[in-house]
Design a protein around this ligand. Structure first.
Ligand code: UD1
Length: 427
């Protein structure tokens, strides 16, 4: 296994091109299974979550080619003429929860499916009750047996009008996919409004579905009996952009992030301004300038889009660890997303947990330490903390990081960070 070693203290200076979005790639690749035709998806990032998903869809019957578009991204040409296997195994689903969404194309095209329950994970229990209630309301029979969801349909699924108790991103993706191939009008209310929902809906519309309202909390889907192939592109990764923005705010320096969509990180831009970071931006770039290293404490509360993303909470905490005061960080999306706290404390941060809120008392200095990544976004917060800490830090279990950050060490070292990937001989 690999570890990442960082010698902290350098300013970050330069330009970084943001890769395609992980969270848009996954549902869009799964949506390609809804048709027999060829689907082309450009700007695919180089991530282990994408490789895991490709392995899964191959096991289900997809054939694909990954072509290098330029040095930084891939074009996926995928075709699933036939679903040859209707089982998504525990081994693949446990590695990445989004794999569970293959339940939609499997049941639609095969009539029955067996998909492993994803299980809990480092950030919370993460139930699947909304998925199951949608399937049941549409007329599928569901059984949970041997750790698998077993779903089958005797006749065509029925369109439904469904109100989510919470605007779940995954469930909204799932609902869009499934109702695109259910003839008639389906409606989802209190839907997630994340940009990745808009990307998936636009792709499904290109494939022949008639979806309106995506980007609002009420989405109407007029499904059809057959979807066709499409040529589509993955949008930029707003979480990767936010992570680099928070990294330079923490280290100081001047970083220009290119190939972004500024509207999607509007909330972070406002929050960063409150911390006393200077920002210049246009529609598709943002420049973060931090000349001094004084950060104003700022409170945040994670919320569904357009609120502050839970996927940037850990990285924001690394910044607040250095602020010149006290800040409160409230996590409202996942019940256990504070695994990074103990690791940041190992760097010298002063953080106390009180239920769903972390109280961060900023310190003047952090010091390098051996650290352990616990989940994908938490690993990014450790990188940010280590970049600013005095001395050397080692971060173990970086496979978490590789799930969702495309060439993060290369991108950071090209901007002056001293960061190196090494073999971990102690694992
Ligand atoms: C997606 C993102 C993840 C992000 C999260 C919230 C992908 C691949 N992952 O995850 O990076 O952190 O959105 O923005 O896009 N819930 C239920 N019952 C269900 C489903 C969800 O109670 O059936 C709850 C969850 O436990 C959680 C909340 O809904 O508390 C939000 O989760 P959800 O939006 O579904 O997250 P994911 O789609 O898994």
């Amino acid at each position: 296994m690999d570890l990442i070693q960082i010698k902290g203290g350098n300013f970050l200076e330069g330009e970084i091109s943001i890769s395609g979005s992980k969270n848009a790639s996954l549902p869009m690749i799964i949506a390609s299974l809804l048709t027999r035709d060829k689907v082309k998806i450009r700007n695919i990032p180089n991530l282990s979550d994408v490789s895991t998903l490709l392995k899964l869809i191959k096991s289900l019957g997809s054939e694909f080619e990954l072509k290098n578009e330029d040095n930084s991204s891939y074009k996926l040409i995928v075709q699933t003429k036939e679903i040859k296997n209707n089982i998504a195994s525990y081994d693949l689903v446990r590695k990445m929860r989004a794999s569970f969404w293959v339940l939609a194309p499997l049941i639609l095209r095969y009539g029955e499916a067996k998909v492993s329950l994803p299980g809990g994970c480092a950030i919370g229990i993460r139930p699947i009750n909304f998925y199951l209630s949608i399937l049941e309301k549409m007329g599928a029979s569901i059984k949970i047996k041997d750790g698998y969801v077993q779903a089958s349909i005797k006749s065509n699924l029925q369109p439904i009008n469904y109100k989510l108790d919470f605007p779940s991103v995954g469930v909204t993706h799932f609902f869009l996919m499934i109702s695109s191939l259910v003839e008639g009008e389906s409606i989802i209310r209190n839907a997630a409004m994340e940009p990745e929902i808009i990307s998936l809906a636009s792709m499904l519309n290109k494939m022949g579905a008639k979806i309106t309202g995506h980007g609002t909390d009420k989405i109407v889907i007029n499904g059809c009996s057959k979807l066709k192939g499409a040529d589509t592109k993955i949008p930029p990764d707003r979480i990767e952009a936010g992570t680099f923005a928070l990294a330079v705010a923490t280290t100081g320096g001047k970083l220009k992030l290119k190939s972004i969509n500024i509207k999607e990180i509007e909330i972070l831009k406002d929050v960063l301004k409150n911390t006393d970071v200077e920002i210049k931006s246009s529609e598709n770039f943002i420049e973060i300038i931090k000349k001094n290293r004084v950060i104003h404490p700022t409170d945040i509360e994670t919320k569904p889009y357009p609120g502050f993303p839970t996927d940037l909470q850990a990285q924001f905490m690394a910044l607040m660890a250095y602020s010149n005061g006290k800040s409160k960080i409230k996590e409202t999306i996942f019940e256990n997303r504070f695994m990074h706290v103990q690791e940041l404390v190992r760097l010298g941060a002063k953080i106390k947990l009180n239920g769903d809120t972390a109280i961060v008392n900023g310190v003047k200095k952090l010091y390098g330490a051996p650290l352990m990544a616990t989940d994908l976004r938490a690993s990014a917060s450790l990188i940010i903390g280590a970049l600013r800490a005095e001395g050397t830090s080692t971060i173990r279990r970086v496979y978490h990081l590789d799930r969702g950050f495309d060439k993060i060490e290369q991108k950071l070292s090209s901007c002056g960070a001293i960061i190196e990937r090494k073999r971990d001989n102690n694992e």
